[in-house]
Design a protein around this ligand. Structure first.
Ligand SMILES: NC(=O)c1ccc[n+]([C@@H]2O[C@H](COP(=O)([O-])OP(=O)(O)OC[C@H]3O[C@@H](n4cnc5c(N)ncnc54)[C@H](O)[C@@H]3O)[C@@H](O)[C@H]2O)c1
Length: 257
């Protein structure tokens, strides 16, 4: 029987694969039998993984914020692994002052975050899509956010140090719309491009925030990293072969109401 959810004999790259969502994506890819390449700057995190997990991951230490080096990184990885079937843009680079309130965001910080969070996803996608198109096809998933779909509700942050950075909404909306652009540009060459829009993932946030956040979801809670990872991986499998240019919302119903 065909297993439409298997990634056996496929090679998948996940950027930011050592992070909260990225490490769950990495584990899900392994469960689906994909060969897994993680691109991340956190080599120490990789070295500390249990041996049984470490030996299933090909780790590549590259700083994806260096936009001028992206074409070469993609080219080198493509050649080293003899082609790539699937690519997931998930890395979350940000400046040291990320998280400042709108009133304190400098022009430089704004520019830099658009460069490292939006432009990097776009330029990486361009480079890998061109290669996939010349090689019979492939799949790209860009991790966006519900903030691409709805403005933040600042009420949920009150009394905490948390906020939703001003640049995050335009960055994630850009990630989503550029995924659609690329899906349109490369669709007839068998490259599928999709975005996933996760809601908030539980990560020991303050209790007052959790109470307010949970109330706004239909399921009454935040996501686990695995609940975001599995829909991302689904978009790489045969089970999703007719899905392209879509935004898959994974938010426990936050945006439904
Ligand atoms: N956590 C959430 O609640 C949430 C919700 C919606 C969307 N997202 C999105 O999910 C994605 C992953 O978020 P996360 O919460 O897992 O982030 P995270 O900070 O836990 O992990 C990000 C990973 O990216 C890596 N990274 C950082 N800078 C890099 C660089 N210059 N080059 C290569 N790798 C780099 C980090 O080392 C880390 O492993 C992001 O795109 C984020 O916007 C997260």
């Amino acid at each position: 029987m065909t297993d439409y959810f298997s990634l056996k004999n496929k090679t998948t790259v996940v950027t930011g694969g050592m992070g909260l969502i990225g490490s769950a994506i990495t584990r899900s890819l392994i469960e689906c039998d994909s060969r897994v390449i993680v691109i991340d700057v956190n080599e120490q995190g990789y070295e500390q993984l249990p041996k049984s997990l470490k030996e299933k991951i090909h780790f590549e230490n590259h700083d994806l914020t260096d936009l001028n080096s992206i074409a070469k990184v993609v080219e080198d990885i493509w050649n080293r692994y003899d082609g790539i079937d699937n690519w997931i843009n998930n890395a979350y680079a940000r400046t040291a002052d990320w998280g400042n309130k709108l009133e304190d965001v400098t022009v430089e910080s704004w520019r830099e975050n658009v460069d490292v969070q939006l432009n990097s996803y776009c330029i990486i996608s361009n480079e890998i899509a061109k290669k996939m198109a010349g090689n019979g096809g492939g799949n790209i998933v860009n991790v966006s956010s519900i903030q691409a779909l709805k403005a933040p509700d600042f009420e949920i942050y009150s009394g905490t140090e948390m906020t939703s950075p001003a640049a995050y909404t335009p960055i994630k909306a850009g990630v989503l719309m550029y995924s659609k652009y690329l899906a349109s540009y490369f669709g007839h060459r068998n490259v599928r491009v999709n975005a996933v829009c996760p809601g908030g993932v539980f990560n020991n946030q303050p209790e007052s925030f959790l109470k307010r956040y949970n109330k706004k979801t239909l399921l009454g809670r935040m996501a686990t990293p695995e609940e975001v990872a599995r829909p991302v991986v689904f978009l790489l499998t045969e089970a999703s072969s007719y899905i392209t240019g879509t935004a898959l919302t994974v938010d426990g119903g936050w945006t439904a109401i």
